[in-house]
Ligand binder design. Structure first.
Ligand SMILES: Cc1ncc(COP(=O)(O)O)c(C=O)c1O
Length: 356
């Protein structure tokens, strides 16, 4: 047992699946590491941390999280530096966002020691699951849901927090085509758009399916009120380079506050680029496109890091962006972020947290 504020009980697997895992074939979110972390909240307090073999767990079908969606999650990554050390990228930002989501969904806060000490103990144990090939990492999925066996609609009294790990390769292998979505919205003022609530993703799936059926990788979400202002692209924040200015929608409670979004903003400002967080309308994008000023467009997120956008479709207009190799800013951002994560570039923002 490891002694921290929350005791960590470790039950190791009898046989590791590591040697049977083909690291050249790690599609996103399908292969899980040997161990997972579990902690429960009951009687008004958090219990010990259990690190145990990854396996299905028995659960009641009356769990309130299943019925009423009191369920939130996070997405973050661990990397291996050139010296072979396991590091986390901005884990405190994910921790704080998890608790903001918890607050919005009326769930108890997770203590920092439980989250950070548990996570570090898990990653230390699973260090060899961190892939080292370019663009690959160990994806970390904290998930937190209600476990009351009660069908009344009210905030649960009991909860489970778990962390799963997946070695993953690059998320997108090609630039994405996206469709301006006006039929459905992802979020609206006063709703849960800025929380990482499971229900937000359920609500997005029909729009994504219809976009896929129309030949697009994903949707460009509009604001819920006017359906004219850009919010996000799929499950990513979105950036445009218009002329020489890097532009992204401002956070207005309907947009998830992405850790990658913030990292991109900090890197651009450090490098002296003009940056604008504001209202970005589709009209403005169309004007910039017609004037030849729409130089770059990309999604940002933990899974993909930087996902270049090849084409934005708005009704009958297809806005085709310049070839990816000609895009100065997004290519530079990807190199900077990857360099900082693997220790090749100086961590001047204090983003890297060693695990050992
Ligand atoms: C809806 C949504 N927007 C944006 C992001 C990007 O956030 P981050 O950069 O923290 O991964 C994510 C992924 O976490 C997301 O699910």
């Amino acid at each position: 047992m490891v002694h921290t504020t929350y005791p960590v009980h470790i039950q190791s697997v009898a046989h590791s699946r590591l040697s049977e895992t083909d690291f050249s074939d790690i599609p996103f979110g399908k292969k899980f590491s040997d161990h997972m972390l579990v902690a429960d909240f009951q009687d008004g307090k958090w219990g010990d941390i259990y690190i145990q073999p990854y396996a299905p767990v028995p659960m009641s079908l009356a769990f309130s999280g299943l019925h009423y969606g009191q369920s939130i999650f996070e997405g973050m990554k661990a990397y291996r530096t050139g010296e072979g050390n396991a590091v986390l990228f901005r884990p405190m930002d994910n921790f704080r966002r998890l608790n903001r989501s918890a607050q919005r969904l009326c769930m108890p806060e997770i203590p920092e020691a439980l989250f950070m000490d548990g996570l570090k103990a898990l990653i230390r144990l699973e260090k060899d699951w961190i892939p080292t090939s370019p663009g690959a990492a160990l994806y970390i999925r904290p998930v937190y849901f209600a476990t009351d066996e009660f069908l009344g609609v009210r905030a649960s009294d009991t909860y489970r927090f778990a962390v799963l790990l997946c070695p993953v390769g690059p998320y997108y292998t090609e630039p994405v085509n996206i469709l301006v979505m006006k039929k459905y919205v992802r979020a609206f003022e006063g709703g849960t758009g800025s929380a990482k609530a499971a229900g937000n993703y359920a609500a997005s799936m029909l729009a994504t399916r219809e976009a896929n059926q129309a030949g697009f990788h994903n949707v460009l979400w509009m604001d819920g009120k006017t359906r004219t202002l850009v919010e996000e692209s799929g499950a990513m924040n979105v950036f445009f380079v218009i002329g020489d200015t890097v532009v992204t929608p401002r956070l207005r409670g309907t947009i998830l506050e992405g850790v990658t979004r913030d990292s991109v903003l900090q890197l651009c400002r450090e490098n002296g680029y003009k940056v604008e967080e504001g209202d970005v309308s589709v009209d403005e994008l169309e004007k910039a496109f017609h004037n030849g000023e729409l130089k770059d467009a990309f999604g940002t997120g933990t899974a993909a890091t930087i996902a270049p956008i090849a084409k934005i479709q708005h009704e009958d207009l297809a806005m085709t962006l310049p070839p990816v190799q000609e895009r100065k800013i997004s290519n530079w951002l990807l190199q900077e972020l990857n360099g900082i994560r693997t220790g090749e570039k100086a961590d001047r923002f204090g983003w890297i947290v060693p695990v050992e």
